[in-house]
Every structure is written in structure tokens, then in C-alpha cells.
Design a protein around this ligand. Structure first.
Ligand code: ADP
Length: 456
């Protein structure tokens, strides 16, 4: 189907609206004026006929004729007045004026005395509208007639003005409507042009806003926000893929070199076994990175409704602590817990397990021997607050926000095991549960990671 622009659609709508309103108003005005002029004509004729009837009762026949002629002469000639007298049997006695030229029989109703006025509209000759009226007037009947065209002319004039001006009005409205619609739709055309220019590589451009805060301006602002969000997301994805490729390439290169060296010369069984063991450890490291990347993608997608069940957080944290107790002991770090608060919340137990395991793992990893790690649960009105506090090396100020970005690691500790995906995964898990993960830290004094989880 051919595309019809919104400007044309609006112009057509305006025109249709005007057609309907002007027609309704025109029909109303015309019928009002028409009915009023008809009653005016009837009134004039009634007066004339009544006057003649009064004379008919009193005057002699000669005087009667004179009265009829005088009445006709004194009236406006345009009215083409006419009178006729009938005897008691309805036989025409005399007629003057238009009724002499166009005699009209008495209506049967008037003759029988059933109809008092017998007024009727008759067409005499070609297109000659007359109003004819007859009343009983002793000893017979008086009939009067007048030409109604002069009365109807006003109404016809009004109707004609409407009919002739309507096409002009419609054309004018269509033109104006089109112009107005084009004017108010101009921002849309600009939006369209900008949107066409925006692509995966050009997400810096923004749709111009007018600051008028009207609907189109709001739409432009919303679209700009959306483009900004998409831009951030594309940038994140780009950085993530770059980091991921780098993170995988280094161990893969090491793996390849090791295999090449091993294969260069014949090895005895013991050497081969050692090389294979080392290779297996490297493959496991690689597979851990891939697994962490998949976990991050999963947690970013959010929690599916069927994943949610009521989780006893106290029991879950005890399990995590039990798992990490030997590690803490080995690292000579004291692990203290305050888990008395009743703590139930809807969520996925395995995801929550991973979240707290990451935090405890880091706390033990980045706390030197002799340090202390404290795990606390606190309940507020609508949330559970879990704190993992350590008195270890802490996080430098400039890294406080960046440690939640995938693959970011504080530069001077790259010897510690890990790839920098634990905190991003943990934050996404907290967010998937409607909560948040934040950190407070002073380098050298330790770090406190705070997980806030809503209970409903
Ligand atoms: P990974 O531990 O694998 O490096 P994470 O995403 O878990 O990755 O942590 C990112 C970085 O944040 C770590 O490299 C570390 O420098 C810092 N960090 C995390 N937890 C702590 C902590 N409790 N104390 C000090 N630094 C921490």
C-alpha cells in the first residue's frame, strides 16, 4: 500500500472535521430560517384572508370586489396576492389577482367544515410556489394566495452561501492543516534522520531536543537516554570481549609453548606424566575462567521466577563459613561470625552461596596472616544486611568502583590467584535479588563488603 504521510493524514482529518461541523451548522441554520420564513408567510396570508373575511360578511358584492382589489393593490406586488370568493356550495363567485390567473379549488376539508384554515402549499405553473388558504366566511368561503418565493429567498441565500463557500473552506483547511502538521512534525523528521545516522560504531550522536518539554521533546530525551544506555552497554561488551580474549590468550599461549617443548624431544614416562599434570592444571585454570564468564552472563540476565525459593540465609552462611574455615586456618586468619538474626529471603541458594563464597574468599586472600575476617548479618525492616569485614590490605580509593568491572584487578596484586570476575558476578547476583553490593575501604586498614538484600 502507498505510504500516506502523517501531514496528509492530519490535513484530511481536519478537513473531515470541518466538513462535518460546517454541514451540521449549515443544515441547522437553513432549517431554522426555512421554518421561520414559512410561518412568516402563513401569518401574512392569515392576516389578509381574515381582513377580507370580515368585509365579506358585511359588504355588498360590489364593495366586496373593490375590497379585494384594494387589498391586492396595497400589498407588496412581489407577494402576488390573490383572493377568491366562493358561495356556500363551494362554487367560485369571483377571483382577483393570482387566484384569477391560477384558480385553485376549495379543499374538501374546508368545504365540509372540518378544516378551519385549509392552508396548503401548492405549485402553480412551473416552479411557482404559492401558499393557498381558505376559511369559511358567511355566506360562503374566502380564499387567499400568496407567492412564497420572496420569503424562502433568504433561507435559500443562506444555503447557497454555505454551499459555495464550503469547497473553499475545505481547501483552505486542508492546506492550513497540512502546513501546521508539517510544522509540528518537523522534530520527528530530525529524529528520524539522526536515528538513521546512529549505528553500532556511532553511538555518540544525540537527537536534538528543543527544551519545550512537549511530547516530542520528551520522546527525544527518552530516546537519547536509551541510546546512552545502549552505548554504555556496547562499550561494556566491547571491553569485556577484549579482556576475555586477553585473559584466555595468555594461558593458551603458555599451554601451547609447554606442549611444543614437551614434544620437541622424546621424554620418558615420568617426564611425560609431569608435563601432562601441568597441562591439566593450566586447562583447569582456563576452564575456570570460561566458567566464571558464563556465570557472569547468567547473573547479568537476572533471576528466573522459578529459580526463587525461600532461602534460610543463616544456614546458608554457616555452610559457606564451614567450607572456608580450613582455608582461613591455613592462612592464619581468624574467622568470626555473628549470624543470630533470623534471616529468610526469596532467592536462589546456589547463587547466594556463590556470592558469599566470593566475598569470603577475597577477604581471606587479601588479609595477611594474623588478621581477622568478620561475617555479620543484620536485619532491618525490609532487608537483610550481610557484612564481610576484614583488616587486610584494603582497596585503593581509585579502584573502589573499578573492582566491580569484569577483569579489573588492583595492579600491584596480580600475583594473587584470580581473574577479576568474582566481584562483578557477586554484584550481579545481589542485583538479581533486587539488592546491591557495595564496598567501603581504607587501604592498609581493610575492606568491608556490604550486601543488602530485600526480604520480599
Ligand atoms: P579476583 O579476586 O579474582 O582478582 P575479584 O573480582 O573478586 O577478582 O576482585 C577484584 C579485585 O578487588 C581483586 O583483584 C582485589 O584487588 C580487590 N579485592 C577484592 N576483595 C578485596 C578485599 N577483601 N580486600 C582487598 N582487596 C580486595
Amino acid at each position: 500500500m502507498r505510504r500516506i504521510s502523517i501531514g496528509v493524514q492530519w490535513a484530511l482529518r481536519y478537513t473531515l472535521a470541518l466538513l462535518v461541523t460546517v454541514s451540521a451548522f449549515g443544515i441547522f441554520t437553513y432549517t431554522q430560517i426555512a421554518s421561520r420564513t414559512e410561518s412568516d408567510a402563513r401569518l401574512v396570508l392569515e392576516l389578509q384572508v381574515n381582513e377580507v373575511a370580515v368585509h365579506a360578511a358585511a359588504a355588498e358584492p360590489d364593495e366586496m370586489l373593490e375590497t379585494l382589489e384594494r387589498g391586492i393593490a396595497s400589498a407588496d406586488p412581489e407577494l402576488k396576492l390573490g383572493f377568491a370568493l366562493f358561495d356556500g356550495d363551494g362554487e367560485l363567485v369571483v377571483a382577483r389577482g393570482s387566484l384569477a390567473r391560477y384558480p385553485t379549488p376549495l379543499p374538501a376539508g374546508v368545504l365540509a367544515g372540518e378544516d378551519q384554515s385549509g392552508a396548503s402549499q401548492v405549485e402553480v405553473g412551473e416552479n411557482y410556489p404559492y401558499l393557498v388558504m381558505a376559511i369559511r366566511a358567511y355566506p360562503g368561503f374566502v380564499q387567499g394566495a400568496l407567492y412564497t418565493r420572496p420569503f424562502v429567498r433568504n433561507a435559500r441565500d443562506v444555503r447557497d452561501i454555505y454551499l459555495y463557500s464550503l469547497p473553499v473552506l475545505l481547501l483552505l483547511t486542508a492546506g492550513l492543516g497540512y502546513g501546521l502538521a508539517r510544522g509540528s512534525l518537523r522534530p520527528l523528521a530530525e529524529m528520524n534522520a539522526t536515528a538513521r545516522r546512529i549505528s553500532g560504531t556511532n553511538l555518540e550522536e544525540r537527537i536534538p531536543t528543543t527544551g519545550s518539554r512537549d511530547e516530542l521533546d520528551e520522546l527525544a530525551t527518552t530516546l537519547n537516554d536509551m541510546i546512552a544506555r545502549i552505548g554504555r552497554s556496547v562499550e561494556r561488551t566491547r571491553r569485556f570481549s577484549g579482556n576475555a580474549a586477553h585473559e584466555l590468550r595468555t594461558p593458551l599461549n603458555a599451554l601451547r609453548s609447554r606442549l611444543e617443548v614437551t614434544l620437541e624431544q622424546p621424554r620418558d614416562a615420568e617426564e611425560a606424566r609431569k608435563a601432562l599434570e601441568e597441562t591439566a592444571a593450566e586447562v583447569e585454570g582456563l576452564s575456570n575462567v570460561v566458567h566464571a564468564m558464563m556465570r557472569l552472563a547468567q547473573s547479568e540476565a537476572g533471576l528466573a521466577p522459578e529459580q526463587r525459593s525461600m532461602v534460610d540465609l543463616q544456614a546458608l552462611l554457616l555452610e559457606v563459613v564451614e567450607f572456608f574455615a580450613p582455608l582461613a586456618e591455613e592462612a592464619e586468619v581468624e574467622l568470626v561470625t555473628h549470624l543470630d538474626a533470623p534471616a529468610h529471603l526469596p532467592g536462589d541458594p546456589s547463587w547466594l552461596h556463590e556470592l558469599f563464597a566470593n566475598l569470603l574468599d577475597n577477604a581471606i586472600k587479601y588479609t595477611p596472616a594474623g588478621g581477622r575476617v568478620e561475617l555479620t548479618v543484620e536485619r532491618t525492616d525490609d532487608a537483610l544486611i550481610v557484612r564481610v569485614q576484614d583488616d587486610g590490605i584494603g582497596v585503593p580509593k581509585e579502584d573502589l568502583t573499578r573492582i566491580f568491572e569484569p577483569f579489573h584487578r588492583v595492579s600491584d596484586r596480580s600475583m594473587a590467584p584470580g581473574v577479576g570476575l568474582g566481584l562483578p558476578i557477586s554484584r550481579e547476583i545481589a542485583r538479581a535479588h533486587g539488592g546491591e553490593l557495595s564496598v567501603e575501604s581504607h587501604p592498609g586498614e581493610g575492606a568491608t563488603f556490604v550486601v543488602q538484600l530485600p526480604v520480599s
